[in-house]
Design a protein around this ligand. Structure first.
Ligand SMILES: [Zn+2]
Length: 116
């Protein structure tokens, strides 16, 4: 189920708005915050919004990656498509969970996520 551009935009705006609300609540409840505390609060919100944005872009790419199963990188035999599996990835804007296609080689009895 591919999300439309408008659906993705709405989800990102909702995340950004929630983070802005969280930041303003924090400011209202914090007595005389220091500049460092403000920086930390803003960085946490920025990280949360950034992760959501990367997640949205990655999801869009996954929907385009409907390829034939690749050959096994170990032995060159055909592999079985085992569907999507969750994969945690560290990015420069934070940690995101992506769904990547996973393939299994019966000859090597090993599975792998293709590069990319
Ligand atoms: Zn193999």
């Amino acid at each position: 189920m591919k999300r439309t551009r408008e659906q993705i935009k709405a989800a990102l705006l909702q995340k950004a708005e929630a983070e802005i609300e969280r930041l303003l609540d924090w400011e209202a409840q914090t007595d005389k915050p220091t500049l460092t505390q403000m920086e930390n609060a803003v960085l946490a919100s920025r990280k949360a919004v950034g992760e959501e944005m990367v997640q949205a872009l990655l999801s869009g790419q996954e929907e385009r990656d409907r390829l034939d199963p690749p050959a096994c990188p170990g032995c060159g035999q055909p592999t079985q498509d085992k569907g999507y599996q969750a994969h945690q990835v560290e990015t420069r804007v934070g940690s995101v969970q992506i769904q990547r296609r996973y393939y299994y080689c019966g000859h090597c009895q090993a599975g792998f996520f293709p590069p990319g």
